[in-house]
Design a protein around this ligand. Structure first.
Ligand code: AMP
Length: 280
């Protein structure tokens, strides 16, 4: 695996590979890699000649300075994991390399109403930060194909819109959520859970699974209420558990056979997000 820390070195490498007609796959991450991230690299490896993973904890997408400062950064272990899955290139720039002194964000304001709900509402400015960094990374890496996880479903809609508007030659690939055996979605933040919180965290999946298994027109609203009451009472601090249209993220007011549940809940100091597609 080749490690680049400077944009211009990665750019020169990519240009050379592309001039030989090789397909570049790109997987942007913030590191603290787990099997979820590695599944994206594996998917990219299957369909591309050269796979680039970036590890960069992007300051402009954090709302709380403490979350940014406490974000795990086990780079040595990440390098080991990337080598195990035969990743070709790691791009690991520092903050100055990507931002210099310019921390202004691109705007995602006019991407559609889905920008302002759920994560967009809970974390003001978050998607502006995502659009800013993803656009910067796309310009440097110039990938043919990119791989993102359904775990961050709303982010996927944002990135798809960015691609439609500014990078139309890039092919977007959505990869399924990797889960622990008890259903908890893998996340770099899971290591912050205490033993007790980790046991309880499975309830997030249980609540969504409860709805998924019973998804039908009759009593669908009561079903959602029952899932929340059964699985997500205290000590969960539930921010949202919404059944939405999968394209617009508008909360359903009437039954739709295809939909998605999206949820965010905090346990102790750890905020967890997850989602599950519904179909009848
Ligand atoms: P992050 O490092 O959290 O920014 O995530 C980098 C990429 O990995 C994003 O596209 C995420 O959606 C994806 N990802 C994170 N967790 C999972 C998971 N459990 N399963 C699949 N993809 C994931």
């Amino acid at each position: 695996m080749i490690l680049f820390q400077k944009s211009k070195d990665l750019q020169a490498f990519i240009e050379q590979k592309k001039s030989n007609n090789l397909q570049i796959g790109f997987v942007p991450t913030m590191g603290a890699l787990h099997l979820g991230h590695l599944s994206l690299i594996r998917a990219a490896k299957k369909n591309c000649d050269i796979v680039v993973c970036s590890i960069f904890v992007n300051p402009t997408q954090f709302n709380q300075i403490s979350d940014l400062e406490n974000y795990p950064r086990p780079i040595e272990n990440d390098i080991k994991l990337l080598m195990e899955v035969d990743c070709d290139v790691l791009f690991h720039p520092d903050v100055n390399e990507l931002y210099g002194e310019d921390f202004t964000k691109d705007s995602s304001d006019n991407y559609g109403s889905f920008i302002h709900v759920l994560e967009g509402k809970s974390r003001p400015g978050h998607f502006d930060g995502v659009v800013t960094i993803v656009a910067k990374l796309f310009r440097i890496c110039k990938p043919n194909k990119v791989y993102f996880g359904q775990k961050d479903y709303q982010q996927c809609l944002v990135v798809k819109t960015l691609i439609e508007r500014q990078f139309s030659s890039i092919q977007f690939n959505l990869c399924p959520i990797e889960r622990e055996l008890d259903g908890l979605a893998m996340s770099s933040r899971n290591i912050r859970l205490t033993i007790e919180e980790r046991k309880l965290a499975t309830n997030i999946f249980k609540a969504m699974d409860f709805v998924q298994k019973r998804w039908e027109k009759e009593n669908w609203q009561l079903l959602v209420k029952e899932a929340i009451e059964t699985f997500l009472g205290p000590p969960f601090q539930l921010e949202y558990f919404c059944v939405c249209n999968k394209d617009t993220l508008e909360e359903l007011t009437e039954f739709e056979s295809e939909a998605i549940i999206l949820t965010a809940a905090t346990l102790g100091k750890t905020r967890l997000i997850d989602n599950l597609l519904l179909s009848h």
